[in-house]
Design a protein around this ligand. Sequence first.
Ligand SMILES: Cc1cc2nc3c(=O)[nH]c(=O)nc-3n(C[C@H](O)[C@H](O)[C@H](O)COP(=O)(O)OP(=O)(O)OC[C@H]3O[C@@H](n4cnc5c(N)ncnc54)[C@H](O)[C@@H]3O)c2cc1C
Length: 503
Amino acid sequence: MFVAYDQLNERIGALRGAEPGGTGVVLVESPWKAGRRPYHKQKLALVLASLRHFAIELAQRGFAVRHVVHDGPYRDALAPLARELGPLTVMEPAERELREDLAPLVRDGALRVVPHDGWLTTADQFRRHRRTPPWRMAAYYELVRRETGILMEPDGEPAGGRFSFDTENREPWRGEPPAAQPPRFRPDAITTEVAELVEQRFGDHPGRLDPGALPASRSQVDRLWAWARESCLQHFGPFEDAMSVRSTTLFHTRISALLHLHRLLPRDVIADVLAMDELPLQSREGFVRQVLGWREFVRHVHRETDGLRDLPGGAKPNVLGADRPLPPAFWGAPSGLHCLDEVVRNVWEEGYGHHITRLMVLANLATLLDVDPRELTDWFWAAYTDAFDWVVEPNVLGMGTFAVGPLFTTKPYVSGAAYLDRMSDYCGQCAFHPKRDCPITPLYWAFLARHADRLRDNPRLAMPMRSLARRAPTARERDARIHARVAELLAAGERVTPDALAE
Ligand SMILES: Cc1cc2nc3c(=O)[nH]c(=O)nc-3n(C[C@H](O)[C@H](O)[C@H](O)COP(=O)(O)OP(=O)(O)OC[C@H]3O[C@@H](n4cnc5c(N)ncnc54)[C@H](O)[C@@H]3O)c2cc1C
């Protein structure tokens, strides 16, 4: 059988229940795939170190492992092996890119596809939450909660009387309780070798490679998840939306890449969390909503729309017509906006950032600046260790930028400086003051004004649109001027400063 780079678990797919003695496993390392985008070096190291550790774990259990390095598409690596060994079985790939790559072999019968049983929900469940778009996570999540019985009372009511405690997950963090400190790992010989290989072969890729932050061996993966359970989940719910210069993690679990690679199984993490009776319901439900809800939901959306290429009415995934290039600030040129600079610096340091920094800093600013959503998606894909097509495309094109309109989210998630100031401590170190002169607020009003025709009837934007209507014409002219000036400065790779915006 062939086990893909993101199927690294012996309890799923064709490996589930396979007897070591009678089973051969093909694993493929593809420098070609690694070089297709400027992937963060930490991501390349994580994927490769995980693959190599998994190969050794399987071999130690007695599986005959054929570890192939091939510098080209996966189909070219597998075709000769299928001729030599006979048809190979593969669990259906999660990534569209890999499905496309392997399609000719599937057609020829060289590859036999078995269903992906690492997911928690089915396409049928997704289709039953709403037969036609727009799709809605809340309705889907409710259906799945009812059908799985997860966090449900015997009388059929959701635990705590509500399906979502989202409204209680919005506390800012001011330093207490202390933020969870992610564990450090001692790199073993395999991880060290992988780190050297990545530095040598992909030294021109961006990002810092930090082998001590890589949970690559089985015991390191288990230690990360134990840390998440012990140190993060207690406070996960209330501070889910908080952001701080003092911690990139706060109380988030950092497990996304391990879930996607299947080094951790979603069903295991859900079961573990449900067994933690001591956790406040708001944290338990918050976590379940992310893994059983959002993670599965975006995957279904991606699958149903052929990776958002096949949208209702033939629409293109850029309904707001955003067409400006991504500013150099996303690649590390200082922008002068402390929130942006801090989050970008963190991403290139760690390949990680939690949900709200991605949504309300990076995607927010890119959306306010009319950045081409495809270019932004490709940046996210390169920058984060947990980015794979099925998860990054819907998150950026749907949730992050509203590029697919209300297909599966209700509104653009944009904000001015007041939200950032309330939920973070970034503004304290910025040259701008959030109430007096931060350009993000005029950028926000200018965005609403530019897209008023499309957004006016959106019930979730009724309040800001009313405020926009009351905004004086001189203020609106100034908003537009600041938007143009900030976009111009950032496009040129220059800093936005109070002087540069002085009128
Ligand atoms: C613009 C944008 C781009 C994003 N790109 C990615 C991406 O490339 N890869 C990725 O895994 N997530 C992405 N997300 C979703 C989310 O930000 C990350 O899953 C999360 O921050 C991962 O960190 P964590 O493991 O500490 O998560 P936690 O906050 O601890 O949450 C637990 C788990 O829930 C799951 N989850 C939560 N939200 C989502 C979501 N919206 N979609 C899918 N899974 C979710 C993840 O598996 C995560 O590990 C993106 C979000 C936005 C707004």
